[in-house]
Design a protein around this ligand. Structure first.
Ligand code: ADP
Ligand code: MG
Length: 238
């Protein structure tokens, strides 16, 4: 579960083509980072995969199913944004349980899943607080908790740490990497930060104006950047 294939996917907004035909395969369990400068189409690609935008042409396959036949809620994916989008009036417990409540799970099953997620994310002592009483890092953990309880086949992160200060970012980076090690679930992580890309990724996809400049492991990109754009972005010596 969690294999995602983009087959000649394009996206235009009106006359403007943001994603020219793009092919990409993300293997089950891979931690893939989309990296590239602001405006290169990272969020658009993630939104296409999530189903929050429709492709203009081409197809997205998720675990062998043509995603076009599935609305966002049926794709088995969970998205984590940079703005935490928590409900301020709800406790942490209720925020994390929200997707389970929507899915109609009974209260005991909700509590069990929330407590499991809270244990993984070190939030057990905070379940009765409201978002306003949490630090930025804790809020981001709640947002991740809300994704975990859905047991998605893939997590989609859109610059989840960009609102955090530098010290917190380092810690959260490690936490997300550990989460991946533990869950072994496909993760697609969007960032414009090359340090995040180099330290977290199994596979980096370097994007530039909507097209892929290069795909490879951090080491491959560092050792053999295909061009100056990749070299400049990855900080390698070419
Ligand atoms: P990134 O996440 O890499 O910063 P985006 O995917 O947000 O880039 O944007 C890629 C390009 O698509 C930008 O030029 C942006 O202005 C354009 N774009 C994104 N969403 C829309 C939209 N809803 N309507 C028109 N243009 C958009
Ligand atoms: Mg973006």
């Amino acid at each position: 579960m969690g294999r995602i294939v983009l087959d000649k996917v394009t996206k235009s907004f009106g006359e403007v083509t943001v994603i020219p035909p793009l092919d990409l395969t993300i293997e089950d369990g891979e931690f893939t980072v989309f990296v590239g400068p602001s405006g290169c189409g990272k969020s658009t690609l993630l939104r296409l995969i999530a189903g929050l935008e429709d492709v203009s042409s081409g197809a997205i396959w998720i675990d062998g199913r043509d995603a076009a036949s599935d609305p966002p809620s049926k794709r088995g994916l969970a998205m984590v944004f940079q703005s935490y989008a928590l409900y301020p009036h709800m406790t942490v417990r209720k925020n994390i349980a929200f997707p389970l409540r929507m899915a109609g799970l009974d209260r005991a099953a909700q509590d069990r899943k929330v407590e499991q997620a809270a244990a993984v994310l070190n939030l057990t002592d905070y379940l009765d607080r409201r978002p306003g009483q949490l630090s930025g890092g804790q809020r981001q953990r709640v947002a991740i908790g809300r994704a975990i309880v859905r047991e998605p086949s893939a997590f989609l992160f859109d610059e989840p740490l960009s609102n955090l200060d530098a010290a917190l970012r380092v810690g959260m980076r490690l936490e997300i990497s550990e989460l991946h090690t533990r869950l072994k679930t496909t993760m697609i992580y969007v960032t414009h930060d090359q340090v995040e890309a180099m330290t977290m990724a199994d596979k980096i996809v370097v994007l530039h104006a909507g097209h892929i400049e290069q795909v490879g492991s951090p080491l491959e990109l560092y050792r053999a950047p295909r061009n100056l754009f990749v070299a400049g972005f990855i900080g390698s010596p070419k």
